[in-house]
Design a binder for this molecule. Structure first.
Ligand code: MF3
Ligand code: CO
Ligand code: CO
Length: 271
């Protein structure tokens, strides 16, 4: 097994799948309000993907080795939930922070992206700062991506920024290659040493999806076999983009009309 270099046709199809994944987040944003249940958000997204887009929700029945089939179409991770939260009948309340993670399959190709949402208006200063710093971690990671850079450059930059802000990086889950398969090589760690790992080459496509905790880095898994929470029950945030290594930099594939703009001062070498 090795890291695949995508063909021009693969890249065209990934652009479409990734934009569609981001458009599901644009669609669901106005529904993320106090009182809505994560199950309702799941149903809305499912129907939008299947009936409006004609895409397939990749999480539904996804069963990597050692896992039971994932029972829903999106992941909804609230407050101290780190990732893979299963939508359920609990209503969101004002001040919650929630990650919605969307993966669609379009014409056989996967697009994978997630954003944080603040429910209502008054999240705590800490919750808002955690969401913002994690967003910046994602973009600091993206900024490292260009041919000749190493995978470890991404993790090192993210770790330095997260820890410099007093937060911690989850170790057990990482970004991943993506294409016809949901999860491919390479593993994209969100911590590590600059210069380590494989050298990036044009045509590689992978996700960057830092999970950042307000408290300690340790996590545990709930008895449902999927939901990951912080061990100390501190807040956790995550943002995710799928990116392409281009001839002279990076192209962020999971962008759409409603994508939050990159933080001020962030340059990405598009091309
Ligand atoms: N979308 C997640 C990721 O970014 C994977 C979710 S797997 C699921 O890699 F089965 F929980 F949906
Ligand atoms: Co992913
Ligand atoms: Co994802």
């Amino acid at each position: 097994m090795s890291v695949t270099i995508k063909t021009q046709e693969d890249i065209e199809k990934m652009r479409v799948a990734c934009r569609l994944a981001s458009e599901v987040l644009d669609f669901i944003e106005p529904h993320v309000k106090p009182g809505v249940t994560t199950e309702q958000l799941d149903k809305l997204c499912h129907d939008y993907m299947v009936d409006v887009q004609g895409t397939v929700p990749a999480p539904l029945n996804y069963a990597p080795p050692g896992y039971s089939p994932y029972p829903k179409s999106i992941c909804t991770s609230v407050n101290h939930q780190v990732c893979h939260g299963i939508p359920g009948n609990k209503a969101l309340k004002r001040g919650d922070i929630v990650n919605l993670d969307i993966t669609v399959i379009a014409d056989g190709y996967h697009g994978d992206t997630s954003r944080m949402f603040v429910v209502g208006s008054d999240a705590s200063i800490l919750a808002k700062r955690l969401c913002q710093v994690t967003f910046e971690c994602l973009w600091i990671g993206i900024e490292q991506v260009r041919p000749g850079a190493h995978l470890g450059d991404i993790g090192a930059a993210i770790q330095k920024y997260a820890e410099g802000n007093g937060f911690s990086v989850v170790r057990e889950f990482c970004g991943h290659g993506i294409g016809r398969k949901f999860h491919e090589e390479p593993q994209v760690l969100h911590y590590g040493r600059a210069g380590s790992g494989i050298e990036l080459k044009p045509g590689m496509i992978f996700t960057i999806e830092p999970m950042i905790n307000a408290g300690k880095a340790a996590i545990s898994e709930l008895p449902d076999g999927w939901t990951i929470v912080t061990k100390d029950r501190s807040l956790s945030a995550q943002w995710e983009h799928t990116v392409l290594v281009t001839n002279d930099g990076v192209e962020v594939l999971t962008l759409s009309a409603g994508s939050p703009a990159a933080p001020a001062g962030f340059s990405t070498r598009q091309g």
